[in-house]
Design a protein around this ligand. Structure first.
Ligand code: 3PG
Length: 209
């Protein structure tokens, strides 16, 4: 399983699914359903007890997936996620310990930012790819568009409250490479094992942008 660059990660498809996996047995069929629908990067949030095991299982069993970890809040979790097999890491915010962990690991890191000041802290750390989070409540596409002129070297993955209906407006921005969202893997569809429904949502998401 080769390393992926941050731009490969962000341009493989228009949507990175944000997954919350409550039952380990759902991990592989969920990942397969999304990959079948054309979405390969999969962000597994570290919000559930089985998240690290889910990352390890997907890494081992679903070769078409590019599995990563989300909701990574500290360096210890960063390292645990990479050890489990995460090929990229997403966090809701930018902290010095996460910057150091990302540097040490070499794994693509998408920290959440909203303001120009946060982006500039990232630039100082050598980063120019970010998650724009929480996207819809932080001013929507207009807010991110306003960062394009002064911070034109930066590209973003807006995430947070985005839906199939709102995604196109984000994807149309010149500084957006992809969006993140949980809408392609709804909790009720995961709970009921409705993998065809998730494949259909993924297929529709793949066709965006
Ligand atoms: C998150 O909760 O990490 C993100 O906001 C993705 O979830 P959403 O698409 O439901 O906002």
């Amino acid at each position: 399983m080769g390393a992926v660059s941050v731009d490969e990660l962000m341009t493989t498809g228009p949507v990175i699914p944000v997954l919350t996996i409550e039952r380990l047995e759902d991990a592989v069929p969920l990942a397969r359903a999304l990959v079948e629908g054309g979405l390969r990067p999969l962000e597994v949030t570290l919000r559930t007890d089985c998240a690290l095991e889910a990352i390890a299982l997907i890494a081992r069993e679903v070769p078409g997936a590019i599995v990563g970890a989300g909701t990574v809040l500290n360096a210890a979790d960063f390292d645990r996620a990479v050890a489990a097999g995460a090929r990229f890491v997403v966090s809701p915010g930018l902290t010095d310990p996460l910057i150091a962990a990302a540097r040490a690991s070499g794994v693509p890191f998408l920290p959440g930012v909203v303001t120009a000041g946060e982006v500039m802290r990232g630039l100082d750390a050598g980063l120019n790819r970010f998650k724009f989070f929480p996207a819809e409540t932080s001013g929507g596409p207009g807010a991110l568009k306003a960062l394009q002129a002064p911070l034109s070297q930066c590209r973003f993955c807006p995430t947070g409250g985005i839906t199939a209906a709102s995604a196109p407006a984000w994807l149309a921005l010149p500084n957006v490479l992809c969006v993140g969202g949980a809408w392609v893997a709804p909790a009720d569809a995961i709970r009921s094992g409705d993998w065809p429904a998730i494949t259909a949502l993924a297929r529709a998401a793949s066709a965006l942008g």
